[in-house]
Write a protein that binds this ligand. Structure first.
Ligand SMILES: Cc1cc2nc3c(=O)[nH]c(=O)nc-3n(C[C@H](O)[C@H](O)[C@H](O)COP(=O)(O)OP(=O)(O)OC[C@H]3O[C@@H](n4cnc5c(N)ncnc54)[C@H](O)[C@@H]3O)c2cc1C
Length: 417
C-alpha cells in the first residue's frame, strides 16, 4: 500500500483495537487507512511457530471470558482450536507437592480476599488490592503472584475496582494455534501501512494533520489505539497538548509488566503431565506459575509479572531462562537441565511500540478509565485495551473498543454511505 495523504478516518495502530476499528470502518465503506509503527500487525498479539505446527504466543494466549468473547466465534470460523478444560492448579512448596486440603486453604484465602475487594467496592472505596488482603496469611505471596499475572502490576499498584468491575466468566481458553496469529489473520486484508510511526498529531484546525515516518496524512478524525505506555512517554507530540484531564487519565492507568518465558525440551520428561498448571512457592516467598507441556508440546512456560517481571526483563534473556529453568528443576529435579532444548522469551516492556504489558488503574484512580476513553474535540478518539469498560487488559476488550470508536466516528462525522 502507498501512504494515503487524505482520508476520512485514520486509525493509528494495528493491534486488536486497530483491527476492530478497521474491520468496522471497512464494513461501513468508510474512507480510512491504518498506520502501524511496527513491521507487523497484531501489537501485543504475536505468535511464533517454533517448529511446524508448534506455536508459541509471546503475548496474549487465552480467550478470556470465552463464552461472551466475540473472538471465540472468530476462532471457530477460522478453524483455530482451544482448550476449554481448566488447567489443574497444583502447588509445590517445601520440596513437595501439596495435598488438596492445602489447595483448598489457598483457594479459601483467595475467596476471602475477593469478598473483601467486593465489600470495599460496594462501599465506594477505591483502594488497592493490597489493602484488601490479609498480609499475614501464608498464601498472600502466592496471591500477589497471581495478581501480577492478572493485572501485570503488584497488588499495591492496582485499584481493587479493576478486578471487581472486570466481567469475568472464569472461562480462560488457551488457543493452540496462537491468539496472536488469530488476530493477525483477522486483520490480514486491512489497508495497513507498516513501519509508519506517527510522530505528531496536529488538531488545531478543522482536520487532523498527522505526521508519520512516511509523510503527512490529513483526516477528519483519528482513532488512536496506542498503549498508555506509548501515550505516557510522550512518544507522539500533540499540537496543542492534550487537555490536562486526558493527560491525568493516561498517567492514572499505566502499563505494568508481564512476560512469558518458554523453555523447550528435547523430549517428554513430564510423563502424563500435559496441560498441568503448577505454582511453585519458594522458600523466600517468590512464586512462579508454570504450565507443563501445554497442548502436549515439549515445553514448560513460566509467567512473570509486576516489578519482578520488569527487573528480570532488564536482567536479560539469559537470566530469565536461568530463573525459569531453576524453578522447573526445583519441582522436577536437576536432571531436567541437560534436556533443555531451547527457549523463547518475551520482552514487552522493552518494545518501543508498547512499553509494558497491559494497563492497570492506580488505587483511587479507577474512574480515570472513563476519561481515558473519552473523545477529544470530536476528532481524537481513543481506543485500546485500557479504555475498555469491563474487559480491560484483554484482546477482546481492545477489539470491542476499536469497533465502538469506529461507530462513534461514523456517527459523529455522518459517514454512513
Ligand atoms: C505477555 C502478555 C500476555 C497477555 N495475555 C493475554 C491473554 O492471554 N488474553 C488476553 O485477552 N489478553 C492478553 N494480553 C493483553 C492483550 O494482549 C492486550 O490487551 C491487547 O492485545 C491490546 O491490544 P491494543 O490494540 O489495545 O494495543 P496494542 O496491541 O499495543 O496495539 C497498538 C498498536 O499501536 C502501534 N503503535 C505504537 N506506537 C505507534 C505510533 N507512534 N504510530 C503508529 N502505531 C503505533 C503498536 O505497534 C501496536 O501494534 C496479554 C498481554 C501481554 C503483554
Amino acid at each position: 500500500m502507498s501512504t494515503r495523504s487524505n482520508v476520512d478516518v485514520l486509525v493509528i495502530g494495528a493491534g486488536a483495537a486497530g483491527i476492530g476499528a478497521g474491520l468496522t470502518l471497512s464494513r461501513r465503506r468508510v474512507d480510512f487507512a491504518i498506520v502501524e509503527a511496527s513491521h507487523r500487525i497484531g501489537g501485543r498479539g504475536y505468535t511464533e511457530e517454533l517448529a511446524p505446527g508448534e506455536f508459541f504466543d509471546l503475548g496474549c494466549h487465552w480467550l478470556h471470558s470465552a463464552s461472551i468473547n466475540p473472538l471465540t466465534a472468530v476462532a471457530d470460523r477460522l478453524g483455530y482450536t482451544y482448550r476449554k478444560e481448566a488447567f489443574s492448579r497444583r502447588v509445590f512448596t517445601d520440596g513437595a507437592w501439596q495435598p488438596d486440603t492445602i489447595i483448598d486453604e489457598r483457594d479459601a484465602y483467595a475467596d476471602r480476599t475477593y469478598a473483601a475487594m467486593h465489600a470495599h467496592s460496594d462501599a465506594g472505596e477505591d483502594i488497592s488490592i493490597y489493602d484488601c488482603m490479609d498480609r499475614d496469611n501464608r498464601w498472600a505471596s502466592m496471591f500477589d503472584h497471581w495478581i501480577t499475572l492478572d493485572t501485570s502490576a503488584d497488588p499495591d499498584q492496582v485499584s481493587a475496582f479493576d478486578l471487581v468491575r472486570y466481567n469475568d466468566t472464569n472461562e480462560d481458553w488457551p488457543i493452540r494455534e496462537g491468539y496472536g496469529r488469530l488476530i493477525c489473520e483477522l486483520g490480514a486484508a486491512l489497508p495497513v501501512e507498516l513501519n509508519c510511526a506517527v510522530e505528531r498529531i496536529d488538531w488545531r484546525g478543522s482536520r487532523v494533520v498527522v505526521t508519520t515516518a512516511k509523510g503527512v496524512i490529513e483526516a477528519k478524525a483519528v482513532i488512536l489505539t496506542v498503549s498508555t505506555g506509548v501515550l505516557g512517554a510522550d512518544d507522539i507530540e500533540f499540537l496543542p497538548r492534550l487537555p490536562d484531564w486526558k493527560r491525568d487519565a493516561i498517567s492514572a492507568v499505566p502499563l505494568g509488566h508481564h512476560n512469558r518465558i518458554c523453555i523447550r525440551f528435547e523430549r517428554n520428561l513430564f510423563g502424563e503431565k500435559a496441560n498441568e498448571g503448577v505454582t511453585l512457592l519458594k522458600d523466600n516467598d517468590e512464586c512462579m506459575a508454570l504450565r507443563i507441556r501445554p497442548f502436549g508440546f515439549q515445553r514448560v512456560v513460566g509467567g512473570t509479572g509486576g516489578r519482578f517481571a520488569q527487573w528480570l526483563e532488564r536482567a536479560g534473556v539469559e537470566a530469565s531462562v536461568a530463573y525459569v529453568v531453576d524453578c522447573i528443576a526445583e519441582v522436577f529435579g536437576n536432571g531436567i537441565r541437560k534436556h533443555v532444548g531451547g527457549h523463547v522469551v518475551s520482552a514487552w516492556s522493552s518494545d518501543p511500540w508498547v512499553r509494558g504489558a497491559y494497563a492497570a488503574s492506580l488505587p483511587g484512580q479507577f474512574h480515570q478509565r472513563q476519561h481515558l476513553a473519552a473523545t477529544v474535540a470530536e476528532k481524537i478518539l481513543f481506543a485500546g485495551e485500557a479504555t475498555s469498560d469491563g474487559f480491560q487488559a484483554t484482546v477482546h476488550g481492545a477489539y470491542l473498543s476499536g469497533e465502538a470508536k469506529a461507530l462513534e466516528a461514523v456517527r459523529t462525522l455522518k459517514l454512513d454511505s
